[in-house]
Design a binder for this molecule. Structure first.
Ligand SMILES: Cc1ncc(COP(=O)(O)O)c(C=O)c1O
Length: 387
């Protein structure tokens, strides 16, 4: 067998959506993690607190209460811990919803460019997946209705609509209010669940975004998945599903993974109780805005002639469209020759629409790295222009 050759190249850090290392609250987390061990005299390292075996399925009771309080204050309607399930990141929350509600042959509607893990979960469950466009007002809800109608005509039972309405990944678009309401009325009419992927919600630069779909929902048809990955640290692997207690029970029934780390959940709970999340969010939002502006300026300076990009109001990505006159394959091989690999968008996002696009995750790079990568990209684009 031929030996595995690992190319002497580096994935471009600008592709991914993590935080700049300086934004991770490492020192504070260290303190809270230690305190969580001391305080609980050992049971933080168990599957569940003594006498509370349900924590193995639902997660640490304290953090569930805390999240319910945060969402109640944020969204303006009362939540309780019974409507919160802790999960290992929003991705696992979505996987559980699929496992609980999607049977082979059921229908799922999602945005045409979206997260690849979501598509993988849907297809692995044997779902029939319909992709609808996203424009500058968000998911095209008229197309959602056409998809639902079409599925029903073919004998497919529509079960889920998956959307990232706030700072959509990768486009950064914020779904407008009228679309939010239209989507909810469709969900009621067709009796389908809407999964609101809300992981970007807190990453607004200036103004709080529009209300979440869940806060506008009067019938309990929205299941929200969210996490601390973009606000504290993805390595915590702590997220949650927020839904009606009935839906949470259905998720609990299909869960078999022994839950989320009690230790880290307690550390995060105390971190939030001491007001640290509030200041962390302020820091992140300020950094997001500054980096967005820096990256946009660098883009204009280096790549302006051959690229187009809208200006997001939140989130950690720019969605860069290469001119049709640029041959991406040539750009890619030129970058590789320089020792750089920009992961092409088709590999990260699903959807044919993604072919001529690059996702720039500006939050995890320093200013110098942004300059370095984008100037390399501009040289590669120049080499890739079709004549
Ligand atoms: C829109 C969206 N949903 C879900 C996830 C997965 O997040 P988590 O780390 O909470 O599983 C990501 C991560 O990048 C994301 O961008």
């Amino acid at each position: 067998m031929a030996p595995l050759v690992i190319p002497d190249t580096k994935y471009c850090d600008l592709t991914y959506g993590g935080l700049d290392a300086e934004l991770y609250p490492s020192e504070e987390l260290k303190q809270y993690a230690t305190r969580a061990l001391d305080k609980a005299s050992g049971d933080a390292l168990s599957y569940f607190a003594s006498g509370a075996p349900h924590e193995m399925t639902y997660g640490d009771a304290g953090l569930r209460e805390r999240i319910a309080e945060i969402l109640t204050a944020r969204d303006g309607f009362a939540r309780s811990a019974a409507g919160i399930l802790l999960v290992s990141g929003a991705a696992q929350g979505l996987a559980l919803v699929v496992s609980a509600f999607v049977d082979p042959g059921d229908g799922v509607v999602m945005e045409s460019v979206s997260k690849k893990h979501a598509l993988r979960y849907f297809t692995a469950a044997g779902a029939f997946v319909s992709h609808v466009p996203v424009d500058e007002r968000g998911m095209d809800v008229d197309s959602v209705e056409r998809s639902l109608t079409d599925m029903t005509r073919r004998g497919v039972k529509p079960k889920l609509i998956y959307t990232i309405p706030t700072f959509h990944v990768p486009t950064g678009v914020l779904m407008r209010m009228q679309r939010r309401e239209q989507l909810l009325s469709l969900a009621r009419k067709w009796n389908v669940l809407v999964i609101e992927d809300n992981v970007q919600y807190e990453l607004y630069y200036e103004q709080r975004p529009l209300p979440t779909l869940q806060s506008l929902d009067t019938e309990g048809c929205v299941v929200q998945v969210e996490s601390f990955s973009k606000t504290i640290a993805p390595a915590l692997r702590i997220g949650w599903v927020s839904a009606t207690p009935l839906v949470i029970e259905s998720l609990a029934r299909v869960r078999e993974d022994s839950g989320v780390s009690l230790w880290l959940a307690r550390a995060v709970d105390q971190y939030i109780a001491d007001g640290k999340l509030t200041s962390q969010l302020e820091r992140i939002r300020a950094a997001c805005k500054r980096k967005r502006d820096y990256a946009l300026n660098a883009l204009r300076q280096y790549c302006g002639a051959w690229t187009r990009c809208s200006i997001p109001q939140g989130g950690a990505y720019l969605w860069l469209e290469l001119s049709a006159r640029v041959d991406w394959e040539r750009v890619r091989s030129r970058l590789a020759r320089d020792g750089l690999i920009f992961a092409p968008s088709e590999r990260i996002e699903v959807g044919a629409d993604a072919k001529q696009f690059l996702r720039i995750g500006f939050l995890q790079a320093s200013d110098a790295e942004i300059d370095r990568w984008l100037s390399a990209l501009s040289r590669a684009i120049a080499a890739g222009v079709k004549h």
